[in-house]
Design a binder for this molecule. Structure first.
Ligand code: UDP
Ligand code: MG
Length: 309
């Protein structure tokens, strides 16, 4: 018998825990034919509602349900990491608790695993039901990442992925503190099949991602998987030196020919403002990388467990 682990990160999902369970059970009947056991690992990421109690209720009737609870909210990245670490399955899948990752796809995903893929990933091809501003920024982020990072990061990729134990262990071997899974999945490689599906709206409750949180997360993604912004200072520096050189030539020649008196302090002020602005901007970028390095160097654990059932 082989084992199939389903990891479900939950943060304030009390209304979704039970419906998710029912929907998952309804769509995993095919596991019997595959001689496969199921384990469902809910990771309660420091919820303030009754998420953990709801999972414990499920445990009373089904001992395949397991629960990890965190000492506080550590974020979905930490929850996924903990789930992978505590799962025992030969196959592992990560699914959102809000049923935005349709369990109906699982059977098809296993079909691809049979064809020799190590990993079956999903991406949504529409962003139906999402605020338009958010979609525009998301598209911009992915386009930028394609240019500045060598790691492949798919537009619309979800964390909904079925993988072999080998892939899960590879992901776990990346112990970095600033985790950006979309990049980590791409970085570890392996043969990946992409499945596409239409965006499904969350069952109940609200998304945990505000625009600002997503914006900060995208900066995490950039600093974690690209060092291109660090080049900016050098590029702008060379550019400005070039411009300055041409201007010096121009002024010397003009002086020799026309004997111009000194003038133009407003332009001088503009130039000073602009160059110092660029300098501050570049220092800020440096600061971002330094801050990430600082957090990484501390080697703090990614999460703290409170309970393990
Ligand atoms: N989640 C989590 N910790 C957090 C935020 C979210 O474990 O700090 C879980 C959440 O419960 C859900 C999944 O991550 O199962 C995706 O979150 P959400 O649905 O809010 O994100 P969206 O689907 O809107 O991107
Ligand atoms: Mg969701």
């Amino acid at each position: 018998m082989s084992l199939f682990s389903v990891i479900v990160p939950c943060y304030n999902e009390e209304q979704n825990v039970a419906p998710f369970y029912e929907e998952l059970i309804r769509h995993t009947g095919f596991l019997g034919q595959r001689n496969m056991d199921l384990e469902i690992l809910y990771v309660d990421d420091g919820s303030r509602d009754r998420t953990a109690e709801e999972v414990k209720k499920l445990r009373e009737t089904d001992d395949r349900v397991h629960l990890l609870t965190f000492s506080r909210n550590f974020g979905k990245e930490a929850a996924m990491y903990a789930g992978l670490e505590h799962s025992a399955g030969d196959y592992v899948v990560i699914m959102d608790a809000d049923l935005q990752d349709p369990p109906a796809l699982l059977e098809e995903m296993f079909g691809y695993m049979d064809q020799g893929y190590d990993c079956v990933a999903t991406r949504r091809v529409t962003r139906k039901g999402e605020p338009p501003i958010r979609s525009i920024f998301a598209r911009m982020f992915y386009r930028l990442m394609r240019h500045i990072s060598r790691t492949e990061i798919m537009d619309g990729a979800r964390d909904y992925r079925l993988m072999t134990r080998q892939v899960a262990d590879a992901i776990l071997s990346m112990e970095e503190y600033n985790r950006f899974s979309k990049g980590i999945f791409g970085w570890v490689g392996f043969r990946t099949k992409w499945l596409e599906f239409e965006n499904v709206e969350r069952l109940r409750g609200e998304t945990k991602w505000s625009f600002w949180k997503l914006f900060l997360y995208s900066l995490d993604g950039i600093t974690a998987f690209s060092t291109a912004p660090l080049m900016l200072a050098s590029v702008v520096g060379v550019l400005f030196c070039g411009i300055a050189f041409l201007m010096i030539l121009f002024i010397i020649v003009r002086k020799l020919i026309f004997g111009d008196p000194v003038s133009g302090w407003p332009s001088l002020v503009c130039i000073i403002l602009m160059t110092s602005g660029v300098q501050f901007f570049c220092t800020g970028i440096l600061g971002q990388y330094l801050a990430k390095t600082y957090m990484e160097v501390k080697r703090r654990p990614v999460y703290i467990l409170k309970e393990k059932l």
